[in-house]
Design a protein around this ligand. Structure first.
Ligand code: BTN
Length: 327
């Protein structure tokens, strides 16, 4: 169904839906119940936002190019009618999308609400580590989920997110992302994505799961600080091609919607299978470095709770709950 035009945003959606064909200015004005000059003003505003709109004599307006941004309209263009995303809230620059998502979740934002920013000035990762989030280079977003599950099942959503992002990257770029336990995505052994899952819960019920993900998309080597030079990478650096961030954000959200549904309908087994299949850790000899000890052995699988199982020298299986995995 075509979007009804009533303001600048809906005009943009309509021009996008037209797929490069001209849309008559008079028709748009009649539909919105405004003058042709008002429509022209919306077009001018879109141009100020970085869109290229051509006016074709006697035919109407054509959307020729979109800016590289993560606005709701640009992400929704790729999401089409996917029902998972309820609202996308876009910011130019924030300290971190995580506290914003927490506040939104507490004040009643529904399942599938997305907070996304072009830049984070104080992005944070696991174990309170900083997360570098350069303007316009990656996808910095937090997704609010409100599944009806007990709190002990919430960590499984980190694994669902890892599988979803892994598949989204493979759909859009000619590179193979693999999952490093617990929740990093690597390409060629370097980190391309991190996932931070946080919880709001009552003793027996989840209120909200906040999945924060940082995806390095279009950075060049000089965009990373020196200390990350050897350990971080971007999709662009690995594939040699820039990638449409809005298309990737949409693919991540579509996959996350699909795998969350699959999990809620069929349980953890299909997710566990896909996680292990896409894992960079399983089958490898690893060192699990913890605060008090390091466990060495072969990573053989994950449990229902996402615990990593390592077979040690003496043949026994050790469950690892939290550690840094080193080769
Ligand atoms: C990690 O690997 O340690 C997790 C990194 C998570 C980064 C994302 S970016 C969007 C969201 N906002 C944050 O401040 N952190 C997460």
């Amino acid at each position: 169904m075509e979007s009804k035009v009533k303001d600048k945003e809906s005009l943009l959606r309509r021009l996008m839906e037209a797929g490069g064909e001209p849309v008559s200015g008079q028709m748009l004005a009649d539909e919105a119940g405004v003058s042709r000059t008002a429509v022209w003003k919306w077009v001018r505003e879109l141009e100020e936002d970085g869109f290229t709109v051509r006016s074709v004599r006697k035919k109407g307006y054509v959307l020729e190019a979109s800016p590289d941004r993560l606005t709701p309209a640009l992400i929704r263009k790729h999401l089409k009618d996917d029902p998972f995303v309820s609202e996308i809230i876009h910011f130019e620059s924030v300290e971190s999308t995580m506290p914003i998502a927490h506040r939104e979740a507490q004040s009643g934002a529904p399942d599938g609400t997305v907070i996304v920013a072009e830049e984070q000035t104080a992005g944070r990762g696991r174990l309170a580590r900083p997360w570098t989030s350069a303007a316009g280079k990656g996808i910095w977003m937090s997704i609010i989920l409100k599944p009806d599950i007990p709190p002990h099942r919430a960590p499984q959503f980190t694994l669902i997110a890892a599988v979803s992002i892994c598949r989204a990257i493979r759909e859009l770029a000619d590179v193979e992302a693999r999952i490093k336990w617990p929740n990093d995505l690597l390409i060629g052994g370097r980190k391309v994505t991190g996932i931070l899952t946080e919880l709001q819960a009552d003793p027996d019920r989840v209120q909200a799961i906040i999945i924060g993900t940082g995806i390095n998309v279009n950075q060049e080597p000089e965009d990373f600080p020196e200390e990350l030079a050897d350990i971080a990478t971007s999709i662009r650096m690995e594939s040699g091609q820039p990638l449409d961030r809005a298309a990737l954000a949409a693919a991540v959200l579509r996959n996350l919607g699909y795998y969350s549904r699959l999990y809620l309908e069929e349980g953890f087994a299909p997710i566990k299978f896909l996680w292990e299949e896409n894992s960079d850790t399983i089958g490898r000899r690893v060192n699990a470095v913890m605060v008090r000890e390091t466990v060495t052995g072969t990573a053989v699988g994950i449990t229902e709770d996402g615990v990593l199982e390592i077979r040690t020298e003496d043949g026994s299986i050790r469950g690892i709950y939290s550690a840094d995995i080193e080769p």
